[in-house]
Design a protein around this ligand. Structure first.
Ligand code: IDP
Ligand code: MG
Length: 199
């Protein structure tokens, strides 16, 4: 019994990060995706090695810069001197520091990795996940319902913003992350009972 795939069907990766796992939010998070109609097609718990955690995120300047620029903008908006926290105002250098913290963080406890499939799944999952900084995330999103963490505190403590879940940011990240976390035989194709009723 195989699923009903179209050219709008996408696959995307979600990780329940260490804070989500140790807070007992795994079931709650999966159920939010399931009830929206996204199909869980792969699932496992992994305690990542440092190398595995490091290779999850891109190493291109473009990614460092997008992470660092958001941080700089947030600090400017809140009137905090970014240089005091990072020793630099260069978004790429800031992005690199954050990436180092991410590798520390993702190796601290197990994470739960999953692949979700559905129409426009990458964007839909990002919406359910919410903005990167929980303090700015809309109520009703995972990050907006379960946290108020903020870079203003995280950066002073030289740690990541704890935002409960990771979700692939675009098709390129999704393709890399699916391959990074799962072997092909760990990804399953089946039909959900309500597919005919919903679509
Ligand atoms: P995303 O998780 O919403 O896609 P990215 O820009 O890909 O956000 O950043 C990856 C992760 O890096 C975030 O989820 C967050 O945990 C962490 N992070 C981003 N910016 C900062 C920061 O300024 N300080 C600390 N951690 C940060
Ligand atoms: Mg991202």
């Amino acid at each position: 019994m195989k699923g009903n795939q179209t050219d709008k069907t996408e696959r995307t990766v979600v990780l329940v990060k260490p804070d989500g796992v140790v807070r007992g939010l795994v079931g709650e998070i999966i159920s939010r995706f399931e009830r929206r109609g996204l199909k869980l097609i792969a699932l496992k718990m992994v305690w990542p090695t440092r190398e595995h955690a490091d290779k999850h995120y891109p190493s291109q300047d473009e990614w460092f810069s997008s992470v660092g620029s958001r941080t700089v903008d947030f600090f400017k908006e809140h009137g905090v001197a970014v240089k005091e926290h990072f020793g630099t105002e260069d978004p790429i250098e800031i992005g690199k520091q954050v990436k180092g913290w991410l590798a520390d963080y993702l190796t601290r406890s197990p994470v739960v990795a999953m692949v979700l499939e559905g129409f426009h799944a990458i964007a839909v999952v990002r919406k359910l996940t919410g903005s990167t900084y929980p303090v700015e995330a809309a109520p009703g999103t995972i990050r907006g319902d379960y946290s108020v963490d903020t870079p203003a505190v995280a950066n002073a403590q030289k740690r990541v913003v704890k935002n409960i879940v990771h979700a692939s940011g675009n098709a390129q990240e999704a393709a890399h992350e699916i391959e990074h976390w799962f072997n092909p035989e760990e990804i399953h194709d089946y039909k959900r009972a309500e597919e005919e009723a919903m679509f």
